[in-house]
Design a binder for this molecule. Structure first.
Ligand code: HDE
Length: 753
């Protein structure tokens, strides 16, 4: 774990500098906007922009051609104390347009008015056609040196530090859609290496729906909202998606991953990442291996329950975004190890009978272990969402010397698509000069002019060969670290619109995945298929998908069929005889609980003895305590972060109950429907609902002192994962132990072996 930063220190400095601040305490929980608490009265003393918050970072200040400028990152932001035009002329008034008298028409000569409105009119750019909804963060990657024998890529050298920017995303939803929908997640990393930028544009699932890039518009058109009504938003539970995947059966493997718990991650911090395609590495001697890239999260792979995901869609649609930023702000820096499965580079490009060019197949880790080659730490949130997260432009063709592509037909198509889409999305060919996209290696290309050109190129000869610019730029050789196009032999073959025959197996690895799941994970998969197909209108589509499931597993097929009220069909291909891959299951191991949120219910009437100590212990354990009370403000001097009205169980990973609060004055169903939860009149019904929901979602629950009475009223005492401690410290220690397993799985008895 990297060093934690003192959360308040930055705020304190800024407060001192800014002079007057409100005397109301700002709750010391992550997420407060701005680097200083605002005063109640509008500020009147001019001063420059406040600095960014302590956890915020920004792109390195580089010239458009990669030269370090040495300027602080704030040099890219607004300057000075006074309002100006975009040209720096100071302005007297921005609240009134220039009119022919107070009641007269606006004058065309009002430049400030026209500039302000015109710029506003053009603030929006097209969102990404896929992966529109995303969240970014800055960080650092450190190489272990273990990859040095297989690649010449310098950033993987032992101890070498490289700055990175990572963007996580969903695929189907629009930019404003909810974070917790069932979907694949993007996990794209930009490594600013000194040999050129490397983009590892990965997903949280190791396979893809299609084997050939030419099918990408088809799967995406099927997954996006229906063209007539533009519903449903950001989900696959609709007829066009299932119509396509049941007909185009190579999609079945990826679809099963989406229906599994991987489709609803608990957090971006708790996802694996996969490069999906096979890549080719080349070392200094020109020797090659094939690899598959993996990101392994330090916190393990964990998911929401489906009900949590649905509730969060309303309670906190920004749940994953908030979780990532709050964790970084709290100093719980998310970490992943980058690993590779190393596979021999044979002419057949297969391993253990698996075609390595087929992106619908994995290589089980039991056959080829993932070997760690470096560590990624995300330690800074962006300063400006648009400038960084929205404008970042990844490309699978951004490769440093030592990493090369293979002929995977999906990867080949991607090599075309990314620049093409960015030309429209970012408004011209110069998007690599946007600060977040600027390389950290010197750029000496012959690309010139175009919209938004920011470089001021000298010279007269942007062509080769030339003598007028002294021959510059010169091609590099091996000694100068030139990119290596590995001279792979391309087999002589007739041109064809066809896949290799080895791509025809669409079901064996779907079965492998199903057989690798624990019983509770299988229950979730059955539930997901039944829900999604139940949302389709057309029976033919359900029947067709059931026919696919019959080729995967008879139990799965029968269970989903029963839920849909349909007969289970017989398989049309023999069931594959495959060995499970235990590495695919999320259940059964223990992980650190860094950055988890712990709700603490207090009763102001009973006092908050020991609560402050528990809060400090939660922080010391790397987690985030959130105090839940009947009203806002403070209780016993402790700032309240959630009230019974604003809080909901889905925001917490675990719950501690320190008191048994009587119904608060606003515990009226007419004010807050949650107050309609049944229970004894002695306890606020919303607290009982909180406990019952946490119990239902198999979360750890602890109580001490009068709080134990709440657990009794909720009827959960004596059940697995519910702890009545002698003290707050006791209860917290027990809850923390339970959190290591993510959930109290015993509360989810499974019917499927
Ligand atoms: Fe992408 N993909 N993709 N994709 N993809 C885009 O590029 C595309 C695929 C992935 O946070 C687009 O700038 C094609 C696989 C991520 O900015 C676009 C095919 C994988 C992101 C595009 C694929 C990915 C994108 C949309 C089939 C996992 C978000 C906006 C051959 C290995 C990057 C943009 C970000 C974004 C095309 C398949 C990952 C249209 C044609 C497989 C994480 O260019």
């Amino acid at each position: 774990m990297s060093a934690r930063k003192p959360a308040r220190a930055v705020k304190d400095v800024v407060e001192a500098a800014a002079g007057k601040v409100a005397d109301v305490l700002t709750p010391d929980a992550p997420g407060a906007p701005g680097s200083a608490p605002p005063p109640v009265a509008e500020p009147t003393t001019p001063h420059g922009p406040l600095p960014p918050k302590g956890e915020q970072g920004a792109p390195d200040t580089r010239s458009p051609t990669g030269a370090p400028t040495g300027a602080p990152t704030t040099a890219n932001g607004q300057q000075g104390a006074y309002l100006t035009t975009s040209q720096g002329a100071r302005l007297r008034d921005t609240d009134h347009s220039l009119k022919a008298g107070p009641r007269g028409p606006i004058l065309l000569q009002d430049h400030h008015f026209r500039e302000k409105i015109t710029h506003f009119d053009h603030e929006r750019i097209p969102e990404r056609v896929v992966h529109a909804r995303g969240t970014g963060a800055h960080g650092v990657f450190v190489g272990y040196g273990t990859a040095e024998p297989i690649t010449r890529a310098g950033f993987l050298a032992r101890g070498r530090e490289t700055e990175v920017f990572v963007r996580f995303s969903t695929v189907l939803g629009s930019r404003g859609s909810a974070d917790t929908v069932r979907d694949t997640r993007g996990f794209a990393t930009k490594f600013y290496t000194d040999e050129g930028t490397f983009d590892l544009v990965a997903n949280n699932m190791p396979v893809f729906f299609i084997q050939d890039a030419i099918k990408f518009p088809d799967i995406i058109h099927a997954g996006k909202p229906h063209p007539d009504r533009e519903i449903p938003q950001a989900q696959s539970a609709h007829d066009t998606f299932w119509d396509f995947v049941s007909l185009h059966t190579e999609a079945q493997h990826h679809t099963m991953w989406n229906m599994s718990d991987r489709g609803i991650p608990r957090s971006y911090r708790m996802m694996e990442g996969f490069g999906v395609h096979t890549f080719r590495l080349v070392n200094a001697a020109g020797e090659t291996v094939l690899v598959k890239f993996h990101w392994k999260p330090q916190l393990g792979v964990h998911s929401l329950t489906w009900e949590e995901a649905q509730l969060l869609g309303g309670v906190d649609p920004d749940f994953h975004r908030r979780d990532l930023y709050d964790a970084i702000e709290a100093g719980a820096y998310p970490e992943w190890e980058l690993g590779v499965q190393v596979l021999p580079d044979t002419p057949e490009e297969t391993f253990a009978g698996i075609d390595l060019l087929d992106p619908t197949k994995i290589v089980p880790e039991e056959l080829a272990p993932v070997q760690p080659i470096g560590r990624l730490t995300l330690n800074r949130t962006p300063t400006n969402f648009f400038a960084e997260t929205e404008q970042v432009a990844f490309h699978v063709g951004h490769l440093p010397p030592g990493i090369d592509v293979t002929n995977d037909p999906l990867l080949q198509g991607r090599l075309f698509s990314y620049v093409d889409t960015q030309l429209t999305r970012l408004g011209g060919p110069n998007f690599s000069q946007i600060p977040v996209n600027r390389p950290h290696a010197p750029v000496n290309d012959m690309l010139r002019d175009g919209f938004h050109q920011q470089a001021v190129h000298a010279g007269v000869a942007p062509y080769r060969p030339n003598s007028l610019d002294g021959g510059n730029p010169f091609p590099a050789g091996d000694a100068e670290g030139a990119f290596v196009d590995v001279p792979v032999t391309v087999a002589q073959a007739p041109k064809a619109r066809a896949n290799p025959a080895s791509f025809d197996d669409h079901f064996s690895q779907v079965r492998l995945f199903w057989l690798s799941m624990s019983a509770v994970e299988r229950e979730h998969i059955v539930r997901a298929y039944t829900f999604e197909l139940g949302k389709c209108y057309h029976q033919a589509i359900r029947e067709r998908q059931l026919a696919c499931l019959a080729n995967v597993d008879p139990v799965l097929c029968a269970q989903v069929a029963a839920g849909l009220g349909l007969p289970a069909p017989e398989p049309t291909v023999p069931l594959a005889d495959v060995a499970p891959s235990p590495a695919l299951s999320q259940v059964g191991r223990e992980w650190p609980a860094d950055g988890r949120t712990v709700g603490i219910v207090v009763d102001p009437d009973a006092g908050v003895d020991g609560v402050g100590q528990v809060q400090r212990a939660v922080i010391a354990a790397g987690m985030v305590p959130l105090l839940i009370a009947p009203h806002g403000g403070t209780v016993g001097g402790l700032p309240v972060q959630r009230t019974f009205a604003t809080g909901r169980s889905v925001e917490f990973d675990a719950l501690l109950v320190a008191g048994a609060p009587a119904p608060a004055p606003d515990a009226l169903p007419a004010r807050d429907a949650k107050a309609g939860a049944p229970g004894p009149a002695a306890v606020d019904p919303r607290v009982l609902l909180l406990v019952q929901e946490c119990w239902r979602h198999a979360k750890a629950i602890g109580a001490w002192g009068p709080g134990v009475a709440v657990l009794e009223s909720a009827g959960v005492v004596g059940t697995p994962g519910v702890v009545a401690g002698d003290s707050g410290d006791d209860a917290l220690a027990a809850v923390q132990r339970l959190l290591a397993a993510h959930r109290v799985w015993e509360r989810f008895p499974a019917s499927l072996a």
